[in-house]
Structures are given as structure tokens and as C-alpha cells.
Write a protein that binds this ligand. Structure first.
Ligand SMILES: *Cc1c(COP(=O)(O)O)cnc(C)c1O
Length: 365
């Protein structure tokens, strides 16, 4: 059996090596490093994939959140509600854009923002909500959009882990005012370095974001506002364009692995991930829960199965957010989950003997 990785980027590269090598050589041959045809082609390809009119590429997923938040024109003291359990990019960019982070507890089973608690967090200063489609499954968008409409708030979707996931038959990223994506190498659609993008159907937001990401102008020498430098480079765009042609197939393969896991992992000590009726799951991560999580992780490590904890400390309990004074009682679900969750390997290139070995190992724990 081939060695099991947490994500096997080499196996993926091997499966598309000729195409990747060809476009990478072309970028280098023609010095298409910054902007240029590959970046434009990727933006068009990604928009078409998601069925959205505007895609602005940028340097990484964290920048994409920041760029979107700046375009939403956060003012000092504005409050933005986001889930208590996510990657720190979701919340740190709110602060960097000038806002104030307000954490909302997550749902115990789906791990996404608990929509029943959002309204109680809204104050006169609240301006927006940032749902995260965590682990590959959509947050419950209908109640979120309804709350946003009622209170005049914007919605920014963090889609870093959910490329092509669908909420009630429509792709995530197309519900809010704006949505952000990461193409970090290990994400479902991953570059060979850092890359990110924002999408929107709002022309004005799209223009502002394109300007802001490129020193405040759309053409060389134009600086209508002060911006930043956050560009997807030509090499990443070329690689991502090649991968765009495979993402649908890869997603189906992830779903096949997940459904095998769901059927065959039968150990009563292990709780399988919950499927929300309103969402497809693109399985960026397959997150199980176990009361003896650390023991299970060590057991799997001994068996040559790498696992990761996404994320071991929920955001309100990180030193970075001590100033908000969040308590366990305020975020009981995130607190409960952080000590029980464990992400097991899931990627399109997992082979059937590896999958069976992972299942057997989990069942024999
Ligand atoms: C990966 C990730 C990001 C940030 O993406 P980078 O490209 O690593 O900056 C943001 N939000 C979530 C939920 C993520 O998983």
C-alpha cells in the first residue's frame, strides 16, 4: 500500500503533470508573471464555473477576505458577526479592515454558524455577517439572508473550504453581497503557492475590489484610491486554470470516499460528520468526533495515518481574542467540539486499499 498522506499533492501533480508543465513553461517563456492572459483566463474560467459575473483574483485567501471587507466600507467600531470556530483569517481580517469582531457560536453537528443565535448578537453597530462554509458544507444561508435583509446587513461568504458546494441547488459564493475563496495548495482547488479570489454579482463592488487590490487603480499609473498590492501571479493562474478542468471530477471522487467512510466506519466510539439536508458536501475535510480524540489520533499515527485537528482552539479562546473576554458558556458548541474533532485523510487520489485500511484502523480503535 502506498503511504497515506493527509493530502497527497504529489499524486495530484502526477495526474496532470504534462498540462501543468506545459503552461508553467509558457508563463516562464513569455515572462507572464504578473497580470497577463493566464490571470484573465483564470478569472473568466472561475466565474463561469460558479456562474457569477465578476471574479477578482488576488494574492491569497486571507487577502480576499480583507479586500472584500474594505470594499464593503467598514468604519471604525462597526461590528461584524462571524462563527466562533473557523480559521483565524475569517476574523483577523475584520479587525484589519477596521471593524470589531463579534463571535457567534457554531452548530454542534454541522460546525457552521448557529443561525439561531445570530439575531441576539445584533446591535446598532452591526453592519454584516460572515458565514463560513466550513469543512466543505454550506452554512444555512436562508435564515442568514433573512436576518441580513431584516436588519439591513451585508453578507460576505467565506468559501475557502467549499469550492463548488451547493446550498439548495445553488453554488456557495453566489448568495451574499460578496464571497471569498482561497486556493492555498491543500484546498479543494489549490495552487502551487498562495492564491485567492473574490466573486460578486455587484459591478460596483467588483470594480472597487479590483482597484483596491492593485494600488487603487485599474490601469497602470491610475491611483483613484489608496490600495494594496495583492495579485495572483501568472504561474498560479496557469496552474489553477488547468485544475479547473478537473475540479468537478475531483469533487465527485471526494464524495465517493466520504460515502465509503460514512457507510463503513461503524465504531460506536466515533461520531461521523452530519450531513445538512440543505447542502451538498464537497468534503474539504472529513471531520469525525471522538471523546478519546487525542488517544485516537496517537493510535492512527502509529498506524501510519496522519490526522489534523481543524481547529484545536476555537477563535474566542485564542490569546489573540482574549481582549473580547469570550467564555466557554458563551460558545458551548465550539468549546465542546474543539476537544473532540479530528480530520482524517480525504483527497481525490486516495486509493481503495488506503481507504479500506483507514476504515479498518478506525473500526479497530
Ligand atoms: C484557508 C482559509 C482561509 C485563508 O486562505 P489563505 O489562502 O490561506 O490565506 C480563510 N478562511 C478559511 C475558512 C480557510 O480555511
Amino acid at each position: 500500500m502506498k503511504e497515506i498522506q493527509f493530502v497527497d499533492l504529489q499524486a495530484q501533480y502526477k495526474s496532470i503533470k504534462d498540462d501543468v508543465d506545459r503552461v508553467v513553461a509558457d508563463v516562464i517563456d513569455h515572462s507572464l508573471f504578473i497580470r497577463g492572459p493566464y490571470v484573465e483566463a483564470f478569472e473568466n474560467k472561475f466565474s463561469a464555473l460558479l456562474g457569477t459575473p465578476h471574479c477578482v483574483s488576488c494574492g491569497n485567501g486571507t487577502d480576499s477576505l480583507y479586500i472584500a471587507l474594505k470594499a464593503l466600507k467598514i468604519k471604525p467600531g462597526d461590528e461584524v458577526i462571524c462563527p466562533a470556530h473557523s480559521w483565524i483569517s475569517t476574523s483577523e481580517t475584520i479587525t484589519q479592515a477596521g471593524g470589531r469582531v463579534v463571535f457567534c457560536d457554531t452548530n454542534l453537528d454541522t460546525f457552521t454558524i448557529d443561525t439561531n443565535q445570530i439575531e441576539s448578537l445584533i446591535t446598532k453597530r452591526t453592519v454584516g455577517i460572515v458565514p463560513v462554509h466550513l469543512f466543505g458544507q454550506a452554512a444555512d444561508m436562508d435564515p442568514i439572508l433573512k436576518i441580513a435583509r431584516t436588519h439591513g446587513l451585508w453578507v460576505m461568504e467565506d468559501c475557502a473550504q467549499a469550492h463548488l458546494a451547493e446550498y439548495r441547488g445553488k453554488k456557495v459564493g453566489t448568495f451574499g453581497n460578496v464571497a471569498s475563496f482561497s486556493f492555498y495548495p491543500g484546498k479543494n482547488l489549490g495552487a502551487m503557492g498562495d492564491a485567492g479570489a473574490v466573486i460578486t454579482s455587484d459591478q460596483e463592488l467588483a470594480t472597487y475590489m479590483a482597484m483596491f487590490a492593485r494600488h487603487g487603480g485599474l490601469t497602470k499609473g491610475e491611483h483613484l484610491i489608496e490600495g494594496i498590492n495583492s495579485r495572483m501571479d501568472g504561474l498560479q493562474a496557469a496552474v489553477l486554470s488547468v485544475k479547473c478542468d478537473h475540479i468537478t471530477k475531483w469533487t465527485k471522487r471526494r464524495q465517493a470516499v466520504a460515502s465509503y467512510y460514512l457507510q463503513h466506519i461503524t465504531n460506536p466510539r466515533i461520531q461521523l460528520p452530519a450531513l445538512a439536508e440543505y447542502s451538498t458536501h464537497v468534503w474539504h475535510l472529513f471531520v469525525i468526533k471522538c471523546e478519546e480524540r487525542n488517544e485516537l489520533q496517537a493510535y492512527l499515527k502509529d498506524k501510519g495515518i496522519p490526522t489534523v485537528i481543524n481547529y484545536p482552539v476555537a477563535l474566542p479562546f485564542l490569546p489573540a481574542y482574549e481582549y473580547l473576554g469570550g467564555s466557554q458558556e458563551q460558545f458551548p458548541n465550539a468549546y465542546h467540539n474543539q476537544s473532540r474533532i479530528l480530520s482524517i485523510p480525504i483527497y481525490p487520489e486516495l486509493e481503495s486499499d488506503q481507504i479500506e485500511y483507514i476504515v479498518d484502523s478506525l473500526n479497530s480503535f
